[in-house]
Write a protein that binds this ligand. Structure first.
Ligand code: AVJ
Length: 327
């Protein structure tokens, strides 16, 4: 029997296939540049160069969060261990570099399984190697995944009591609604009896906040501009980096630092063969970094079903570590 064979229109075939990570980046950039106001998701900061620049940021005199959180873990490690119950499995969200994790693990001898979850597969493997050298007998089961969407844990992690760890105030990158949805999903993932240790940057004087996101050495500027370099490298872009500038502002109403890239001229840029016009002064919103008072974060956690058990803060009230529980 004769059949109609659909005609293939050669011109409509997709252009040479991008690998999935690059396709995801391409979709985000094309959509973000098509929208007004323009924006790009901050998760794309962390390619190899961006991750290296972020490590540099954590060493800057102006960038207090990493130092303040590390000091809290060092000072209160024993207390955290006492309060968190008998978890055997540590699940880390957006793990990145694992120095803080090692600090935490050294105060928690009962943890036998470690599940780091991160989208960056290479840095995940590196961090796993680094940690396994320092923590004998620890089973490490990395999950390459978007931690806001993870719905299942590896089998070895399923039956035991869990401790979640979400450090660095990465939760601040999410809007309040997204943060609440994340905490609901984390409750589902970690299950009954779980504890959750969350590092959250505190609201404070913008005179301290703004330099932390606009350092005098220009490292944060390079970190922000790397997003455009990444577009040039991976998406065949022709963006002139000298025609964009880094900016960081504090929005006191929303309680967040916003990072932007500002077009210094009226210009057209090309990305994957598409043209985008930028007016002089037009902005690309690249990151939110929400700040919370202790009470605000506890209210958010409660609304997501978690019981706030304790919060530690430093003497200068720079940063907070929250212990949450799920009964
Ligand atoms: C790693 C997301 C917590 O928001 O402070 C640092 C990222 N951006 N400087 C933050 C960042 C600019 C950082 N987080």
């Amino acid at each position: 029997m004769e059949r109609d064979i659909p005609q293939t229109i050669v011109e409509d075939l997709p252009s040479p296939r991008l690998d999935p990570a690059r396709a995801d980046f391409a979709d985000a950039v094309l959509a973000g540049f098509a929208r007004k106001p323009r924006s790009l998701p901050c998760r794309f900061f962390y390619d190899a160069r961006g991750s290296a620049l972020f490590e540099e940021i954590t060493q800057l005199p102006e960038y207090y969060p990493t130092r303040a959180e590390t000091a809290l873990l060092e000072t209160y490690g024993g207390e955290i261990a006492e309060r968190m119950g008998d978890a055997r499995v540590l699940v880390e969200f957006g793990s990145g570099s694992s120095r803080k994790t090692s600090l935490l693990l050294s105060t928690l001898p009962r943890i036998s399984v470690y599940v780091p979850i991160d989208v960056a597969g290479e840095s995940l493997a590196e961090a796993a190697d680094w940690l396994s050298e320092r923590h004998d007998g620890l089973a490490i089961r990395p999950l390459v995944a978007d931690f806001t969407k993870t719905r299942t844990l590896p089998i070895v992690a399923r039956r035991s009591r869990k401790l979640g760890f979400f450090s660095g105030s990465t939760i601040g990158n999410l809007t309040h609604a997204e943060a609440q949805a994340f905490l609901v999903n984390a409750a589902y993932l970690l299950g009954r009896g779980a504890s959750f240790l969350v590092g959250v940057d505190l609201k404070k004087d913008p005179a301290i906040l703004i330099p932390a996101y606009n350092d005098s050495g220009g490292v944060t500027a390079a970190f922000n501009l790397n997003l455009l370099e990444r577009i040039n490298r991976e998406l065949n872009g022709d963006i002139d980096l000298d025609r964009f500038a880094h900016d960081a502002v504090y929005d006191g109403i929303q309680g967040r630092i916003e990072m932007h890239l500002v077009s210094l001229a009226s210009q057209t840029v090309r990305v994957l063969d598409r043209a985008f016009r930028f007016a002089k002064g037009e902005r690309i919103h690249t990151e939110n970094s929400h700040k919370y008072s202790v009470e605000e974060f506890q209210a958010l956690a409660s609304a997501a079903g978690w019981a706030p058990a304790h919060a530690w803060t430093d003497a200068d009230r720079l940063f907070s570590l929250h212990l949450l529980r799920l009964d």
